[in-house]
Design a protein around this ligand. Structure first.
Ligand code: KG4
Ligand code: ZN
Length: 347
């Protein structure tokens, strides 16, 4: 049998993504982002995101089909992010996927956004050796996952107890007067700064925290520490060294994420770590993980930065995986589930 051909739709946050994948080959990766419309609010505004998805979904779909040069009749299925994410945003993608699957008479697969972030690396580096651990870091999530089976065996072993890593980037960028989203701009500013200039706190790494939260994360204390440091400097009339603050903040984030990920691999006796989510595009996190995984004998798998942020290709790739393994299509009344747990890969 030839490789499954799947169209994937992603609309869980502020990116409208349509991807078309055949087996392991990306035929189209079209993404329309509403990020500019959220910039002045310093974070994603759900109502604005939903409206932007409605406007973008048609044109994005048409571009993807044209780029791939396929006819919908050739498809083996339509996959869509069913959750987790923003309810109103998810609903647009799910409604579109249901309409297309019905009109084209194709099976519909409602899938999990987080599992798709984990799986997308397979497009770059082939089948993921299992068991593996996944470090998923985005604007909405910061999790350590144990992956024993990509469709039926993903369990959370750690998560943030407050902010997500990407959220901390976005908030610190606002404090420093930098653009939104904060990740890419802080990443850039940090390259000109000294990561040892300021000793910012590493959340949940003290001995008493490790007892209960060994594999969990906390970034709200770090965010507050950066805010206080900047406020004090401004109060004293000192110029804020944006590059040094960025580098020191970024070092604290990358240090904690990589240390806990490596510790989790050792504890669970797993020798493959896969990265995913928007913050996985961060240069320091990628570099520090490479160093620490190398020292610990762990194979690090990192998708190209362009596949780390939200896109339709990762959803299509998960659809391909589901079809390969004979997963049953989702019911025609498939809904959006804002709180879909990571253990539920196919809805
Ligand atoms: O996975 P994603 O595209 O959307 C969510 O599901 O949240 O992640 C978006 C997040 C934003 O918070 C953004 O600031 C962050 O990823 N991000 C980065 C970088 N590029 C994007 N954070 C740090 N360094 C980067 N280079
Ligand atoms: Zn995401």
């Amino acid at each position: 049998m030839s490789e499954p051909l799947v169209l994937g739709i992603e609309s869980s946050c502020d990116e409208t993504g349509v991807g078309i994948v055949r087996g392991q080959e990306i035929l189209a990766n079209e993404v329309a982002s509403s990020v500019d419309q959220h910039a002045r609010f310093g974070g994603v505004v759900p109502e604005i995101a939903s409206r932007a998805h409605l406007e973008a979904i048609g044109p994005t779909l048409e571009r993807a089909l044209a780029t791939a040069g396929i006819d919908p009749s050739e498809l083996d299925g339509v996959a869509v992010t069913s959750g987790p994410g923003l309810m109103g945003a998810l609903a647009v993608g799910v409604a579109a996927a249901k309409a297309l699957a019905y009109a084209w008479n194709k099976p519909l697969y409602g899938v999990n956004h987080l599992a798709a972030h984990v799986l997308v690396d397979e497009l770059d580096h082939g089948p993921l050796p299992l068991p593996a651990l996944a470090l998923l870091v985005s604007g909405g999530h910061t999790q350590l996952l144990k992956v024993e089976d990509l469709l039926t065996g993903i369990t959370e072993i750690g998560t943030t107890i407050d902010d997500a890593a990407g959220e901390a980037y976005d908030k610190v960028a606002r404090v420093l007067g930098l653009a939104y989203p904060g990740g890419p701009v802080i990443d850039k500013a940090a390259q000109q700064g000294d990561p040892r200039a300021i000793a910012f706190p590493r959340g949940l790494t003290a001995r008493h925290d490790l007892a209960k939260h060994r594999f969990d994360f906390s970034f709200s204390g770090l965010k507050t520490a950066v805010t206080r440091w900047v406020e004090l400097a401004e109060r004293d009339g000192r110029e804020v060294p944006v590059n040094d603050v960025s580098a020191s903040f970024q070092e604290a984030v990358a240090d904690v994420l990589s240390a806990k990920a490596v510790d989790a691999c050792r504890f669970h006796e797993v020798d493959t770590l896969v990265l995913g989510g928007g913050v996985a595009a961060n240069s320091r996190l990628r570099g520090l993980l490479e160093e620490r995984c190398g020292d610990a004998g762990i194979t690090l798998r990192r998708p190209r930065p362009g596949l780390c942020t939200d896109n339709g290709v990762m959803i299509a790739a998960l659809g391909v995986e589901v079809i390969r393994h004979g997963g049953r299509p989702s019911p025609a009344d498939l809904g959006a589930d804002a709180g879909l747990p990571v253990s539920r890969v196919l809805v």
